[in-house]
Design a protein around this ligand. Structure first.
Ligand SMILES: [Zn+2]
Length: 495
């Protein structure tokens, strides 16, 4: 029987966030970092299950939005990659190349996708023929490769990235804008499922995605006071459809280029979950993406082990088999290992299991079991007569508590930057600032806060088709030059 390593985490979250973050990932067993390539890691069974659950949520959202899941090759010919000038400029230095195959040098070098525009769009030009082929909505969940030169950090800056990318084609700009709005709505629901607070910013011109008309970035809050970009939504207009010749015949026989959008997210979402919800006991997983939502721990002695384990199993196979959390059967694990309960509690807390249910002889005599929530440690007897409903209610409470904790981090971190700080002054969280729109003013803000102007704040909810920027109050002046402000920007230190 494998022993449980009951050594507590070596640092507290509040004391050294960066060290704590890496230690939680390692001790919770989400990945094995010992793979011999920097920036590449092995997903363990447990970590990969979390990713699959997140992917399933994404699939459900995109399928409901009339997207088709596709799967494109990993390799892209250099000739296709080279067609959109800004895109090459943006990604050229991060690309991995394949130049040899077997004993031969390749005539046309191939690259590992850093993102799949240049893999997909030559095919889109074959698929889109007429107005009837539009809109074309696709997505895929794949690994991408980027040769990062900055220091790598698990889930946050990697060289092999688990990636979601949606690519759409539309008859005109308005229809593409409506897709961007749908993507924002999907983001809102998905972030609620993960209990992640975020802000949407329209990135400044000089910081937009290579080849995009504009980029909306989704920045999550971390308790370290920095933000982490976990997603992006781009409007391409005709920037790619022209060089890739993705065009259709209109109803009156003319030829028109499609307007395109993309929506991307990555394993950084898991980094945000670890960083935001974890605590000094380890990982805390939101119930909807927890591989094990409920761990059942029978409390037994030698003489009654078989009996208590049997009764616990009967609860799982009986009343709990019909329990549903947001329509899905519960993922319950029975830990019947012949070791003391203490090490089991320690291990499942470290791995972030949202709810522990203890099944002991005295509880059973009282027709109850004891539930312990991972989010706040509260203990609650549950009546066997209503076990399924009560377990589901406890999981929903964990989810609500994580949402509340996330909202509190966001509220604590948000402030308004009315005057520029002096250089080297402390700066945490996301600040709003009024800005005139001139690049030198933004660069001065960035220099003084030692952070980034994330971009113009975008209304996250709303009924308009086109995502709209938040307007500054009338008479507001630029934080940097004192001129008339035209935008409300978000400012933060970032990962
Ligand atoms: Zn200014």
């Amino acid at each position: 029987m494998a022993e449980v390593d009951e050594t507590p985490l070596s640092v507290r979250k509040a004391q050294d966030f960066a060290q704590w973050y890496l230690e939680v990932i390692d001790r919770a067993g989400l990945i094995d970092k010992r793979y011999p390539i920097k920036g590449m890691k092995v997903w363990t069974g447990y970590g990969w299950k979390v990713i699959r659950l997140m992917d399933d949520l994404i699939r459900a959202h995109l399928d409901a939005d009339s997207h088709q899941e596709v799967n494109f090759p990993l390799l892209i010919p250099q000739t296709e990659f080279a067609k959109e000038a800004d895109h090459i400029k943006g990604f050229g230095s991060e690309v991995y190349w394949v130049t040899r195959a077997g004993d031969n040098d390749l005539d046309v070098p191939l690259l590992l996708r850093p993102t799949s525009e240049t893999a997909m769009y030559p095919m889109f030009s074959l698929w889109v023929r007429s107005h009837a082929d539009l809109p074309l909505r696709t997505y895929q969940l794949v690994n991408t490769f980027r040769y990062e030169t900055k220091a790598t950090r698990t889930f946050i800056r990697e060289r092999e990235i688990h990636f979601f990318e949606a690519h759409t084609c539309h008859a005109d700009f308005e229809d593409a804008e409506a897709q961007v709005r749908s993507d924002l709505q999907i983001m809102e629901t998905f972030a609620e499922q993960l209990a992640l607070p975020y802000r949407v910013s329209r990135r400044p011109e000089w910081d937009k995605f290579a080849g995009a008309d504009y980029s909306l970035a989704v920045d999550a809050y971390l308790p370290s006071g920095r933000t982490l970009q976990v997603g992006s939504i781009h409007q391409y207009r005709e920037n790619f459809s022209r060089p890739y010749n993705i065009a259709y015949e209109t109803a009156d026989g003319a030829r028109a280029f499609v307007h395109q959008t993309t929506y991307g997210m990555s394993e950084r979402l898991l980094g945000a979950i670890v960083g935001l919800h974890g605590d000094d006991r380890g990982l805390v997983l939101p119930p909807l993406v927890a591989p094990i939502q409920v761990v059942m721990v029978p409390i037994f002695r030698k003489h009654n082990r078989e009996e208590i384990v049997g009764k616990a199993r009967a609860l799982i196979d009986g009343p709990l088999a019909s329990a549903r959390l947001r329509g899905q059967p519960l993922r319950i694990h029975l830990d019947d290992r012949d070791i003391r309960p203490g090490p089991k509690f320690f291990e499942w807390e470290l791995k972030g299991v949202p709810l522990r249910v203890e099944v002991g002889p005295r509880d059973l005599d009282n027709r109850t079991v004891l539930a312990v929530r991972r989010s706040d440690g509260a203990k609650q007897p549950l009546q066997l007569s209503h076990l399924a409903e009560e377990v589901v209610a406890q999981l929903m409470t964990v989810h609500t508590q994580l949402l509340e904790a996330a909202a509190a981090v966001r509220a604590k971190d948000e402030h308004h930057l009315a005057v520029l700080p002096s250089k080297g002054a402390d700066f945490v969280g996301i600040a709003t600032a009024h800005w005139c729109g001139a690049q030198p003013c933004a660069l001065r803000v960035e220099e003084l806060v030692e952070g980034s102007v994330l971009g113009a704040r975008v209304e996250q909810t709303g009924s308009s088709t086109t995502p709209t920027d938040v307007h500054p109050p009338s008479g507001a002046t630029c934080v940097s030059c004192g001129g008339a402000a035209t935008k409300v920007v978000s400012v933060a230190r970032t990962y």
